[in-house]
Design a protein around this ligand. Sequence first.
Ligand code: SF4
Length: 730
Amino acid sequence: MAGGAYNWANGSELAEEMSAEAAGKNLKLNRFPTYCEVCFWKCAGWVHTDEKGNIVKIIGNDEDLHCNGRLCPRGTGGIGMYNDEDRLKTPLIRTTENGQQTFREASWDEAFDLIAKKYQEIKQKYGAETIAGFFHGSPGSHLGHLLHAFGSHTEAHPSYAQCRGPREVAFAATYGSGVGSPEPTDIRDTRCLVLIGSHIGENMHNGQVQEMADAIDNGATIITVDPRFSTAASKSKFWLPIKPSTDLALLLAWINVIINEELYDKDFVEKNTYGFDELKEHVSKMTPEWAYGITTLEPALIRKTAHEMASAAPSVIVHPGRHVTWYGDDTQRERAIAILNGLLGSWGRRGGFYFPEGMSLPNFPTPELPHPDWDWKDIHDKKYPLALLPVSNALVEASIPENNPKHLIKSWLVAGTNLPLTLPDKDQTLKAMQALEFLVVVDTMPMEITGYADVVLPECTYLERYDYIRSAPHREPNIALRMPATEPKYESKPAWWIAKHLGEKLGLQKYFPWKDIEEVLDWQLYNIGSSLEEMQRIGVKKFDRAYGAPYLVDGEDFEFNTNSGKIELYSTEMQNAGFDPLPSFTQHEEPQQGFYRLIYGRTPAHTFSRTANNPNLVDLKSEPWLWINPKVASIWGIENGQYIWLKNQDGKTTQFPIQVRVTERIRWDSVFMPHGFGHHNKRLTRAYGKGASDAELITNVKIDPVMGGTGMRSNFVTFLTEEPEMEVES
Ligand code: SF4
């Protein structure tokens, strides 16, 4: 069954028809299936190589539901990750030379020997559980298996507590299932799409962007709620320039209008929901007039937009968003979004939310993994009762001895996530890293975190490796293959190889009972009626749905996976865990005189710090802008194009300046900048010093008590037109 080593040197098995241009030059292109890793939408595509094996282009796979054959500009620019000469090239080991800490190049064997020795020592002294994993993206599944095999199930993914966690908890509490990725929003058939601080078009989640364009062509109404006139706002019928931090008041006022004016889907609500009367009573005083004083949005506009939603229902989507960790009450705000969708009857309806379905691939048989004495749940220590996944900031806190954690973490294995720029409160992250006995970092690039490591392991890019099959739920179950289009450059290696070979050094070979990942993939694919050979040929395969239609069927009962079996407008799960069963608005901190709320987001050419050094994408956008309202710029005497530094409410300043864009597209009380710039590692030759880093300014973090998410929008900045004195990180 095993596919064996693939001969990608000539790629003959996959040779495709040459393009006219290539044929004219008498070139033969080979193509190899992949799914993109420039962001985590994971669009499937084809990587084309020339006769010498050089990667010449990446295009979308026409069969793929994530991209419909079209990659976004970042996806086609993925080739820059492969060509970036700043990549990590060999394993590196920290050493001291002339009293200075530095790194020396090492062989894989030497690096693995050192890691294995340190891991065994840590296991002996403190237990394997004290080795924590921080992972983002594909390497996490391989390295997470390694840690688990060694006896640690202490791992976290920042994509939960720093991004999507609150919406998953809120939707699970309401509907009995979370949202997941890609979001099962039926945008292509919607008649009304409501975006609350959600930047479709800037976040470039490909399928959603395409579907939103189609919906607009079909006459759908777009309502965008944002203090900033975003790209989505520019395509909208209604832009609601809300006062930041007051979105929950707007949502409650919308709920009030929809109930009071009896605009809700009565049949749907009666049949499928629980707690309508309690909700009605709860919002009875939360009128648009009440919300006006909080949100600064005119009551007539709140009513008008509520009517737009109701008239489109059930083909309406109040989008749950993606990065939703803002103010610390984010689960409650997401609950209000879930409730509003419930009243409009959009769950399980065409043009609303569909029921996604995925393919389940069996795990390759291995011996049962060890059961650690404690794991991430014990680190939470009942602090975040509804957290469905580990909270990364809780693991950071548990790595700082002076916090006296119940279980002190002694070592980190970090892959694919640049924690100093990803997590809020950078000082705390640095403190935790400095307290560790041993830090191993796996990455493709010399991101800031590699500078704190004891051992750095160079992972090859997604274009040079196999990973596990992509099996994301969608309208139709489907799978996609990522395979290498070329040999890994330099001494870099795939994460599956790193996990297996390090596992063998640790005596864990029984947990890696396969020759290579091709054997695993072929076995998994065989078990669902495919094969590695087939997937190498077609890249994407779709399957029939096995669990019914993607929408509710008229006349059929549907049982939701909640305590009541209904959509819980009134959440018994929240109540049982000691939280408000119905969301309420609470006032958040306001900026002091001369300070402005810091809003951060995306620029379409980049995926945060991951792409800031990518030569192709740097060509599209090399540095960020800070958006400032003209009135504010005039007060401060700041001009368009000027470089300034930012200082936050706690006196933290940015290491590098940022260029100002004076624009009416932002409210006067806020400023906006893209996340992921301001790198201070000089080994990132294109990204170093380009723009300011928002992560340096996010020191006021509001933790969501429900699930541990880190609210990061309670930071305020003021402007420095002269370079501040500071200690420079290098
Ligand atoms: S949306 Fe763009 S960057 Fe993200 S996976 Fe798709 S092609 Fe890649």
